[in-house]
Design a protein around this ligand. Structure first.
Ligand code: 5GP
Ligand code: MG
Length: 166
């Protein structure tokens, strides 16, 4: 993927989405940890003044072992009550969809949003739940023994790597 332009492109397409839906002041919420810097970038690009929300889904995700993740416990930081708010939910990679399912669970503990739109840097195939991104910077098809390695934001690099045995 052409990494230098991905984030700009995501911001432009998110702006179009907000305009089409008549949404003026969404709350941007990044999923800890990979989604947070992307969310902050997006918030700045869109000129959104409201503080960034951060979500930790460690307690909610129903399948930690798949990607060899050791869950970290961090409190969620959401700026305010989400009742009636439009939320831009941001993560780095969308894969099975389980993290997003878990994130929605937690979001709804903070109120009932008017809408939630998903923005991801990479849409990776392999969905196990009915989740799709409204905006994705890139689409990648990977084998089961491959993963996307991300570094960012300056410089942003996106590489395909073999999964190392545990
Ligand atoms: P899912 O829950 O959709 O299976 O996986 C999404 C979550 O796992 C994301 O929050 C992301 O951080 C992580 N993830 C899944 N696949 C990859 C990958 O190939 N590379 C990286 N860096 N993270 C991944
Ligand atoms: Mg993650």
């Amino acid at each position: 993927p052409e990494v230098p332009t991905l984030l700009d492109d995501m911001a432009a397409r998110t702006r179009e989405l907000l305009e089409a839906r008549g949404i003026e002041a969404p709350i941007v919420v990044g999923i800890h940890s990979g989604g947070v810097w992307i969310a902050e970038h997006l918030r700045e690009r869109l000129g959104i003044q409201r503080p960034l929300g951060k979500l930790d889904i460690s307690f909610y995700r129903d399948d930690f072992s798949r990607i060899g993740m050791h869950p970290q416990v961090r409190p969620s930081e959401l700026p305010e009550d989400l009742d009636g708010e439009h939320v831009l939910l941001v993560d780095d990679v969308l894969y099975t969809g389980r993290t997003i399912r878990a994130a929605l669970n937690e979001l709804f503990d903070w109120g009932r949003p008017a809408s939630v739109s998903l923005v991801v840097l990479v849409d990776r195939d392999g969905r196990e739940l009915p989740v799709c991104a409204a905006v994705a910077g890139a689409h990648m098809e990977l084998g089961l023994a491959e993963q996307i390695k991300l570094r960012g934001p300056e410089p942003l690099s996106l590489e395909r790597v073999a999964v190392e045995p545990p």
